[in-house]
Ligand binder design. Structure first.
Ligand code: PRX
Length: 629
């Protein structure tokens, strides 16, 4: 890419980054554009397959694409066993620090041993290939071990973010028909205990399929253990049965690896299904090139394993690459805003991957906090989850990266499984732009009719070719999979985002075009918040919208119509906020609940959230022709 031709605010990569990465980057784009399947196949060859594929991509039944057809493998085997057969066996796979400063590390050998032990326990409890196991914990190593143990025996893991609450957990347990729940007694957050097991007990009263509950002791506070159902993880791990012979299940490349619930346009959260083979190739390849992982690197993805970023880039991507991954339990600013910078210095972190909301949150406390620490180990930075505003980008670049670390602003989704639009270390950067599609990805911005729009015009972001780590379906709802992602323009994957492409071909994400609200990078559906509000006896109807927020990106505002007999009082409004927190989770708590007499609706009864949003922002609501009288 020629330096002079690019428009706008451009940052060129530091010279030594260019020196080692540039030649490789350009070759990748070239080879992938010549033959996409050959590109992915050549990457797949770096991984271990118990049986090789007969076909790279089967697109005979679109949009139910299959990758590495006929191949046999296991992603957990590739994450652990493969490295244990090399000198990496004694390399650190995972370093963990707890909120109270506790420290634990696992070599590849140790992580393999713990995973096998837990896999044996799950097997002994009757968990078989294809069974669903739900995990509900904070950021602790047992979550990683649990995920890998499921993968190892071919069970499908469903991780529910520890910040979700009773109804969210219940819905996910029921929809997945999970046989086993792995839960922690509690999680530390800002010095307080989130009582996960208590929340789970309440959810379990509403859900019937769970036979066994395995409890990891983390906070050690008093909990209820139901005899015959609840068992302590540490006691099970000490049983001789945990040391049974190897329990590896070699699976088909297309066998499901995990389901992960996310919010969509309408209705209940949906479980996105990913498979062993394609997901493995996608996460391995993207992490290797985009973060340019080196053998000696210490890499920190500060997301939560309960979201896709944690699945792909705390657990699977780093382990597939034989990297050392760092996991931190607590919040960035607890007890003081130095915590992250202190740990970067302490552990010599080379790559930091986080979300704009965290950057904005830390930026508020000023430069003195990071400036007190030696951050010179950092070589690369990453951002994900929502558009990063240029001001936060510049702060990250200058104050944290000291103008020496390129920022990889990675655009992707739960559904895509891997980075889709992202710079590589050699890419000239523009603050706020994810730059270009990863090699082998064909993305575009199109209008209502599906035609490419002109440079700088806004349109729908679509992906025009399949990729290995794409979602395969929505669990139990293939029709919704087709309708939601593939029906607007046949052959094109609808991302649900709007975007524009500038004159240099750089992509700029604008935001969601559906009823998804991104709060602190977390994805929430208006439907979930509204149904929580309506489940309160005082509420007849409810609507939720996202409004801009300085740190969170968006904050939730809600509007309710009260049932007769209820009066608007401050106490009731606070109760409604807390009710949403109890049902969905603290992240979903509205900033404000407003009582209204009417909600703007279309003639067919659909709430017109854009009208509410325009009103709240004092803007013109636009076309109101569909508004009912
Ligand atoms: O709107 C986009 C936004 O997050 C959505 C996907 O959310 P989720 O499935 O929870 O996955 C988040 C982590 C991969 C997208 O549709 N988004 C994600 N990354 C970016 C982004 N928006 C702008 N820039 C990004 N880098």
């Amino acid at each position: 890419m020629s330096e002079k031709k690019l428009t706008g605010e451009v940052y060129f990569p530091p010279k030594d980054v260019v020196k080692y990465a540039n030649a490789r980057c350009e070759k990748l784009y070239e080879s992938a554009s010549e033959d996409i399947e050959a590109f992915w196949a050549s990457e797949a060859k770096n991984l271990f397959w118990h049986k090789k594929w007969s076909q790279v991509l089967d697109d005979s039944n679109k949009p139910f694409y299959k990758w590495f057809v006929g191949a046999k493998t296991n992603i957990a085997y590739n994450c652990l066993d493969v490295h244990c057969q090399t000198p990496r066996r004694n390399k650190l796979a995972l370093i963990w620090e707890g909120e109270k400063g506790e420290f634990h590390s696992f070599s590849y050998f140790a992580l393999h041993r713990e995973t096998c032990k837990f896999a044996n326990i799950l097997k002994s409890l009757g968990v078989k290939k294809g069974d669903r196991v739900t995990l509900y914990m904070g950021r602790i190593p047992e979550l990683v071990i649990g995920m890998l143990a499921c993968a190892r025996i071919g069970a499908i893991h469903s991780v529910v973010y520890g910040g979700f609450s009773v109804e969210a957990l219940h819905e996910r347990l029921e929809d997945s028909q999970s046989k086993v729940l792995i839960v922690a007694d509690g999680a530390w957050q800002r010095g307080k205990i989130i009582e996960l097991k208590n929340i789970a007990d309440e959810a379990l009263q509403r859900a019937a399929t769970v036979e066994s509950v395995l409890v990891v002791k983390r906070t050690g506070h008093q909990i209820n253990m139901e005899s015959g159902r609840d068992m302590w993880y540490h006691e099970l791990m000490n049983l001789p049965i945990a040391n049974n012979s190897d329990c590896l299940e070699v699976v088909d490349a297309e066998d499901p690896l995990f389901m992960l619930y996310t919010s969509g346009t309408t209705g209940k959260p949906k479980a996105i299904l990913h498979t062993h083979g394609g997901y493995m190739v996608g996460t391995y390849t993207t992490l290797k090139y985009v973060f340019d992982i080196h053998e000696e690197d210490r890499y920190w993805c500060a997301a939560d394993p309960g979201w896709i970023t944690g699945h792909s880039y705390i657990v699977y991507g780093p382990l597939l690459n034989g990297a050392t991954s760092f996991l931190y339990e607590g919040a960035p600013t607890y007890p003081y805003p130095h915590r992250w910078w202190q740990m970067i210095e302490k552990y010599g972190i080379n790559i930091l991957y986080t979300a704009p909301t965290a950057i904005r949150g830390l930026m508020r406390f000023g430069d003195a906090w990071p400036n007190r620490y030696d951050l010179s180990s950092l070589r690369l930075l990453g951002s994900v989850g929502e558009p990063i505003n240029p001001e936060a980008w510049r702060w990250y670049y200058k104050v944290i990266g000291k103008e020496q670390c390129p920022i990889m602003d990675t655009w992707w989704q739960t559904e895509t499984g891997m980075f889709m639009i992202t710079p590589m270390p050699c890419t000239p950067l523009k603050p706020g732009s994810g730059t270009k599609p990863f090699p082998g990805i064909v993305a575009d911005v199109v209008d209502e009719a599906g035609n490419s729009v002109k440079p700088n015009e806004e349109g729908y972001l679509v992906i025009k070719t399949p990729w290995p780590s794409m979602l395969r379906t929505i669990w139990n709802d293939p029709d919704r999979y087709v309708n939601q992602y593939w029906s607007k323009y046949p052959g094109m994957y609808m991302t649900g985002d709007s975007a524009r492409k500038d004159e240099d071909g750089y992509f700029w994400i604008i935001g969601r075009v559906d009823d998804v609200i991104k709060v602190s990078g977390y994805r929430l559906g208006t439907a979930e918040i509204e149904s929580a509000l309506v489940s309160h006896p005082a509420v007849a109807e409810a609507a939720a919208i996202g409004l801009p927020h300085e740190v969170k990106g968006n904050a939730i505002y809600s509007y309710v119509i009260l049932r007769s007999g209820y009066e608007k009082t401050d106490k009731l409004l606070e109760e409604l906020r807390l009710h949403v927190g109890h049902e969905v989770g603290p992240i979903a708590k509205p900033e404000q609940v407003e009582v209204v007499d009417q909600l703007p609706k279309t003639r067919s009864g659909k709430i017109m959230r854009r009208v509410l949003k325009a009103r709240a922002l004092g803007q013109d609501p636009g076309n109101l022709s569909t508004l009912e009288e």
